[in-house]
Each structure stands twice: as C-alpha cells, then as structure tokens.
Design a protein around this ligand. Structure first.
Ligand SMILES: *Cc1c(COP(=O)(O)O)cnc(C)c1O
Length: 473
C-alpha cells in the first residue's frame, strides 16, 4: 500500500477550497435540520460570523495565558459570564477548555489529586449516575478512578437512595447531570448536594449540554429545579459553549466555586529543559480561534438571543413529545426537562431500531440509545421548522416497521440490537474495538462501522439468542 503524498507543488487556494467543499457532499444535512445529534447550527450567516471571529485569532495561542492578553481577556470574560449565569459566588472561577470531554476529564483529575493531597486517598473512586455521559467513564479509565454506579429508577431517573451509603474513604467526587445525555433528565441535584455537603465530598454538575440553555429556559418561565451553584453542595460545573452556546466547535468551560479547588486542576513543571511550565488544563497549545468565536457569539446573541433560541427549542421539544405520545406503540423515556429526549417502543412487536432504520432511509440522521432501546433527539431551535415533517415520517416509519417485522433482523436494527443485548459484554467490547479500529487502518480504513467479516460460531449463537429474546419481548 502506498501512502498519500503531499503535492509536489502547492495547489491554488480556490482549487483546494472547492475540493474541500466537495468532501462534504455525503455529510449529514444539518443545514436543513435533518440531524438529531452532533451539530448545533443556526444558519449560514451565523457560521460566517463565527468564521470571521475565529480566523482573526486562528494563529493565536492560549498556551501561556500571560502572552496573548487578548485571549486571556476573552477567557476571563467568558468564565465570568458563565459564573453569573450559573449563580456562582464572588470567588467562582474557571478555565475555557476545548470541549465537554476535556472539562469532565479535568474535574476527575482535580478531585482525585485533591483527595490524594488532603486525605491521602490512594485508591480513588467516584460515584456516577448510570446515565452519566460516557466522558466520565473515559475519565475513570484514563485516571484510574473507579466508577461506582447509582442505578436508574423505573422511570430512568437517578436513584440516590443508596448514595449516602456508597460514599467511603476513597470517594473523591459525586457527579450529577443537568440534564443527563441519554434521556434529558435533570438529576436530583438539591438532594445530592445536601448529601455531598454532609459528607464533605465534592459534587460536580455536568451541564455540558444544559449549561447554555437551562438558564434561559428559566428566564422564559419554564419551571425547573435548582441545579447550579445555588445548591450549596455544588463545587464545580462543566458547561459547553459549542452546544447550546452555538459557538464554533472546540469551546467548553469548567467552573469551580473557588480558586482553591481549581488549583488542583493545574499542572506545573519547574525543571523542564524547555523552560518552567504551567498549564491550567489538558491541552498544551490552546486554540485562540475557538475562544474568539465563543466570545463573539455570546456578544452577538446576548440574553435576548439565547432566550429566543431556548423558546424555539422548547417549542420543538413540546411538539415532539406530544407527537410521539400520539403514535401508538411509542413513548418518551422518562421525564426529560431539557432540550433533548429519547423515545422507545411499548410494543414487543415494534422494534425501535427498525423504526430508526426507516427514519434514516427518509433522510434523517438518527442516534440510537440502549437499555432501554430508543431513538435520541438532541433538539435545537432549528428543529422547530422540521418537527412536523419528522413526526409524519416517524408515523410512517412505525407503520412500515409494524408491517414488516422481518426488518428487525436486518441492517442497523440487527447490528444495534445485537450490540445492545448480547449478554457477554466483553465480547461486544472486543468486537466493537476490532471493527472501530478498522476505520483507522493505514490508508484510511473502513468508512463505516458495518462489519463485513462473516460472523463466527459464537457470534451466530449470540445472534440467535438475541432474536429469541427479542421475540419474547
Ligand atoms: C456532550 C456532552 C459531554 C461531552 O462533551 P464533548 O464536547 O462532546 O466532548 C459531556 N457531558 C454531557 C452531558 C454531554 O451532553
């Protein structure tokens, strides 16, 4: 196999930009609101504005906050604005990161190191709701902090009845989500805060998805429980700007109640031959363009703009909730309070993943959840204009999946059903790793997660088992 070569001579800019544009031909159609995850898009004019702000600082580097004072100013103003929105106190401080995952990873590192220093904890654990974002399980693995799991109630909320008893000498933090990603439920933060405070354990709130919309929903008069720094036990919050902040990708925040906490996040190396080094978060070079774009978008939208977008988003969510409830055999999972929801099947004869396949055929980009199986909708303001069309296609998809039960055994329905229900989870993990890794094989690898290899004996047996389970409901 020959590797790709750099062009011997540089190419003309127009030619390159044209080719780049063509690369996007098969990308999800987010401009028309056909994607239900990954993208938070307003319109092309907004993207153009972001690009201008981004490009003005695309070479600037926030690595050393003392060097580019412009970036430090933007970072300070973004953090201070967030501290205000999230009802922080006078000492609330924080750092702009490159994304929600970086923010979550940093919280785990911070509390692990704090417990190590203050309480000599050598075998750390943290208490996570079952519905915690996958970034927290990544952090557990990366940083060697054992995840202890709070189960879900029958209605997919976090069951905190055992929380107090689960805290032990090695517990470095507790997590609550506002809202959680799988079903859009806000965890019982006030109760968790009281327990955390009584036990002297840090409580982080993952508001990566909620941080830039819940405050504006509240301003719009939506009745929400308190979940932010107003709860005394809350010690830190992560909130993304590149989701409902409508900023360019690569911008999130992590806020701490005070600098004493944030200090444990920082890294200092005084002996490096490259110079004395200090860094506030995971990245080395920090992208100035992302800071500038995030700062600019906050100034452009303001409270009025974010409230308007939150209102459209909530209207779209309400439309979807009502429309889904009206389709026989479907129900929304749990009680989502934020901008997202998931729905599943109430009828053993209706396979929700087969419905998902049908929606994809109708041109929607669909995200699937599991345990219970469902279809996920990360709803943005843009979806208000397509909600009716989506619901009509959904009704049609349900009718088709009902009329053709064999669809559950083919395509995505079969693959996702298998991945969700094979009881040997270790086997699923190694299979997913194999197939996923193929996408990174030298030369570009596979373009999809579809597995082309014929199933081995064990896999065939598992497929039969899953089909049998599915038939039994
Ligand atoms: C999106 C999300 C994250 C991770 O954020 P990324 O920006 O995708 O890294 C973490 N927690 C929650 C609740 C999220 O929705």
């Amino acid at each position: 196999m020959e590797h790709q070569k750099l062009p011997e001579m540089g190419r003309a800019e127009d030619d390159i930009l044209g080719q780049l544009k063509s690369f996007a031909d098969n990308d999800p159609n987010y401009r028309d609101g056909r994607t239900w995850s990954l993208v938070y898009h307003l319109d092309d004019a907004h993207d153009a504005f972001i690009a201008k702000a981004y490009s003005a600082f695309s070479s600037a580097n926030g690595l050393n906050p003392a060097t580019f004072q412009s970036l430090k100013r933007m970072e300070s103003e973004i953090i201070s604005t967030m501290a205000g929105l999230l009802h922080g106190g006078p000492d609330t401080c924080g750092v702009v990161t490159a994304g929600g995952t970086e923010s979550c990873l940093m919280a785990v590192k911070t509390y692990r190191d704090m417990a190590r220093k203050q309480r000599k904890v050598t075998r750390p654990n943290m208490i996570l709701p079952k519905t915690a974002h996958v970034a927290w399980f990544k952090a557990a693995e990366y940083f060697g902090v054992k995840a202890r799991i709070l189960p879900m109630t029958a209605e997919y909320a976090t069951d905190i009845s055992r929380l107090k008893r689960m805290i032990n000498a090695g517990t470095v933090m507790i997590l609550g989500s506002a809202p959680e990603y799988p079903h859009g439920t806000i965890d019982p933060i006030a109760e968790m805060g009281a327990i955390a405070q009584s036990k002297g354990i840090s409580l982080h709130i993952d508001a990566c998805v909620g941080g830039m919309i819940l405050p504006f929903m509240e301003r719009n008069g939506v009745d929400l429980p308190d979940w932010d720094f107003r709860i005394p036990g809350v010690t830190s919050i992560s909130a993304d700007l590149h989701k409902y902040g409508y900023a360019a990708k690569g911008a999130s925040t992590i806020l701490y109640r005070n600098l004493e906490l944030l200090k444990h996040q920082m890294f200092v190396c005084q002996d490096w031959p490259g110079g004395v080094f200090a860094s506030p978060a995971l990245l080395g070079t920090r992208p100035g363009g992302a800071y500038a774009a995030a700062w600019a978008v906050m100034q452009k939208l303001g409270v009025e703009g974010y409230c308007r977008l939150a209102r459209d988003t909530c209207d779209a969510v309400d439309k979807l909730k009502t429309g889904i409830a009206a389709i026989d055999g479907l129900r929304v999972l749990g009680h989502p309070q934020g901008p997202l929801l998931a729905y599943g099947s109430t009828d053993p004869k209706l396979n929700i993943y087969a419905v998902a396949d049908q929606l994809e055929q109708a041109g929607w980009s669909i995200n699937r959840v599991q345990n219970p199986d469902g279809i996920h909708c990360m709803v943005t303001a843009k979806h208000l204009h397509v909600a009716d069309e989506y619901l009509a296609d959904l009704a049609q998809a349900v009718a088709t999946a009902r009329a053709h039960p064999e669809l559950a055994k083919t395509g995505g329905a079969a693959t996702y059903g298998m991945m969700a229900h094979v009881p040997l989870r270790g086997m699923v993990k190694s299979k997913v790793l194999d197939v996923f890794a193929e996408m990174y094989r030298a030369g570009g690898g596979a373009l999809t997660l579809n597995d082309s290899k014929p199933p081995n004996l064990m896999e065939r047996g598992m497929a039969r088992y899953v089909q049998w389970k599915t038939r039994r409901g």
